[in-house]
Each structure stands twice: as C-alpha cells, then as structure tokens.
Design a protein. Structure first.
Length: 188
C-alpha cells in the first residue's frame, strides 16, 4: 500500500519554521542538496524546477497533502498551484477559493485514508505542523531533513496532537558535510 510520508525540514529542536512562518534558515545549498533535487525532486515546487531547467522525476510522490498555511506563502507571490506535477490536496475548515488544480479537504484524515487505498506512488505530507499533528496517526514514514540550528521557538513538527508516545523505527541516517542529517523512520 502507498505510504503517507512526512518529508520536512526541521531544526535540532523540532521546529519546521520560525514563529512568523519564515523558513529561510534551512540550508538548501550543500552536499545534501543532491538528495533534495534527486531522490525527492518531486517535492520541489514547479517554479523552482523550471528556473533550474529541471523536470520533476515523478518517482517518489504523485500526491501531496498540505495545510492551508503552507499554501499561503505561494499564494502571496501569485503561485496558486505550486506542485502541478502532483495531485494537490489542501486542508482547510474554511470556504477558501482554490485553483481547479488543488482540491480542498475539510477532513484530511478521511482524504488520506481514501488516497492510501488507491494505487500509486507515495503521498507526501508537506506540512505544516498543525496538519501533521492531525495526521500523526496516519503517517507511515518520516523523512526529516534535520538542520544544524536550534531555533529556540517556532512552529513545531507536530502541533496539537494529544500526548501519546508513538513508536517509529529508525530506517536510515545520512549525514552530510553541510551539517544536514536526513533521518528516515518507519512506523512500527
Ligand atoms: N520546514 C518545512 O519543510 C516546512 C514544510 C511545510 C510548511 N512549513 C512551514 O510551516 C508553516 C505552516 O505550518 P502551520 O502548522 O502553521 O500550518 P499548516 O498545518 O500548514 O496549516 C494550518 C491550517 O490548515 C488547516 N487544517 C489543519 N488541520 C486541519 C484539519 N484537521 N482539518 C481541516 N483543516 C485543517 C487549517 O486551515 P484553515 O485555517 O483555513 O481552516 C489550519 O489553520 C508555514 O510557515 C510553512 O512555511 C515548513
């Protein structure tokens, strides 16, 4: 069965963005970038791929789920469909206007369960933390791009989920000279 994979950049202290949502502290250059643009090239926005003259590999993900606040930075610069090479779902409890390329869901847990029952490549949970908290018990695999910074405060990797130690097994660790460590865990 296809997996729900939370693939995300995270600080040493478990934050995926600054308190105001900024994420420019995360390293995009360095030897780890080959993994970001190669193995996980499907998770690069189309406008970035096209600026670099690259095509999405279409090998890792064919669908993504994101929270409304994760779509907003794109909307603010006129990008309403950041990943047109993927089926894009955005979670919101409101009546938002979205382009036909993007599907709104008010019930991301039900949506993810339906998607998992279909055939296809894995489903990328793009974030943010609030949506990841709501989907925590649906996540099959975590791929954490651990960056060598302690933020002190910010948006947590998982927001709002009830306390319960959920066991994941370490599947691989890749350390790079850039200081980024890509940690992969599967649900036990
Ligand atoms: N480090 C990384 O790799 C990475 C990746 C992704 C995002 N980010 C950053 O993370 C920040 C956003 O994270 P966030 O935690 O603040 O927000 P988020 O999870 O992206 O979005 C929160 C919004 O999603 C909707 N939502 C969440 N749970 C829902 C549920 N169970 N049912 C229906 N709708 C639901 C709600 O939208 P409505 O308010 O419209 O109802 C909620 O306000 C951004 O700054 C983004 O840049 C970082």
């Amino acid at each position: 069965m296809r997996e729900l994979v939370y693939y995300v950049a995270v600080s040493l202290d478990g934050h995926i963005a600054a308190p105001d949502g900024a994420f420019d502290a995360f390293l995009v250059e360095g030897d780890h970038a080959a993994v970001l643009f190669g193995e996980f090239g499907d998770a690069i926005p189309a406008h970035v791929l096209s600026a670099l003259g690259l095509e999405p590999p279409r090998t890792r993900f064919d669908t993504l789920v994101m929270g409304w606040s994760t779509l907003v930075p794109g909307l603010e610069i006129g990008i309403d469909s950041p990943y047109p090479h993927l089926r894009q779902y955005v979670a919101s409890r409101g009546d938002k206007q979205v382009t036909p390329d993007v599907t709104l869901t008010r019930d991301p847990v039900a949506t993810v369960r339906e998607l998992k029952a279909e055939d296809g490549l894995d489903i990328w949970l793009a974030g943010g933390g609030e949506l990841a908290g709501a989907l925590l018990d649906e996540i099959d695999r975590l791929v954490l791009k651990r960056n060598p910074f302690a933020f002190g405060s910010g948006i947590p990797l998982f927001g709002g989920a009830p306390y319960e130690p959920r066991r994941f097994e370490l599947a691989s660790v890749r350390a790079f000279e850039s200081g980024v460590v890509i940690e992969e865990y599967v649900r036990r």
